[in-house]
Design a binder for this molecule. Structure first.
Ligand code: SF4
Length: 251
């Protein structure tokens, strides 16, 4: 028996006639080109030096500087999503004394999304459909916390906040919806100084690799950034990852 697919009529207030709808490759390319131009411009005016982001993925930073590649469409759109949210939320708090701009400490450039009452706040978007349970906040949010902790040390603060806008959390009926989670994050003084030591060492290692042209001692980047999605994959050939199945190292 042949199954017949019945198209459910859409209940619209305006009864539409049969429309001519065509995807416009031309417009898509045009919009992407504009976003790419904007990102390239931002890269040009970005202060030169070691940024916190360079310390989080030092190999990527090494290759980006020594062998720059074109911005891909995927990178551009991911960046655009974060940028829109950032502009909107930061604009809400944009009062005198709040944030902003790039600062420098320990020879490292950093620019938290917001600073309120001297506490840095990092804002992220996530496409995860489930939020981490309270018992696994640190392990599941570690890549965001790593960045925030660098900001805490560089701003000489023992506490800050992490805000995450989940853009498609699932509810019990499996429908997706956006929702924000804001977390207070605090360090002890001992933890603060331990992280400070690690930051200084990470910067030293990165500068040494850039001077000697030898990246092999640099730690591998975070797994979700790695693999053939990285434009430097073939040049970098990260040991323990390159040539192996992704599921064996990206778990
Ligand atoms: S291939 Fe992986 S380790 Fe190498 S630069 Fe890219 S993300 Fe980093």
């Amino acid at each position: 028996m042949v199954a017949i697919k019945v198209q459910t009529p859409v209940n619209l207030v305006i009864q539409l006639p049969s429309l001519q709808i065509e995807r416009s490759d031309h417009r898509e390319i045009e919009v992407f080109s504009k976003i790419k131009e904007r990102l390239e411009l931002e890269n040009l005016v970005r202060p030169r030096g070691v940024h916190v982001s360079d310390l989080l993925d030092p190999r990527l930073s090494y290759w980006q500087e020594t062998s720059p590649k074109e911005i891909t469409e995927r990178t551009a759109w991911f960046f655009a999503i974060g940028k829109v949210l950032h502009m909107l939320v930061v604009g809400l708090y944009d009062v005198t004394g709040t944030d902003s701009g790039t600062k420098e400490e320990l020879g490292i450039l950093y620019s938290p999304d917001l600073v309120i009452d001297n506490r840095p706040i990092e804002l992220k978007t996530s496409r995860a459909q489930k939020e981490p349970p309270a018992t696994r906040l640190q392990s599941e949010l570690s890549h965001y916390l790593e960045q925030l902790c660098c900001y805490l040390v560089l701003s000489n603060s023992l506490s800050g906040e992490l805000w995450i806008l989940y853009i498609s959390l699932k509810d019990v009926t499996n429908r997706t919806f956006p929702e924000i989670r804001c977390y207070n994050v605090a360090l002890t003084e001992e933890q603060f100084f331990e992280i400070e030591k690690q930051i200084v060492e990470a910067k030293r290692g990165l500068l040494e690799a850039k001077t000697t042209g030898e990246p092999s001692k640099l730690p591998l980047c975070r797994a979700w950034k790695c693999g053939d999605v990285c434009p430097h994959w073939i040049q970098c050939r990260p040991p323990g990852r390159y040539g192996l199945q992704r599921k064996n190292w990206a778990a």
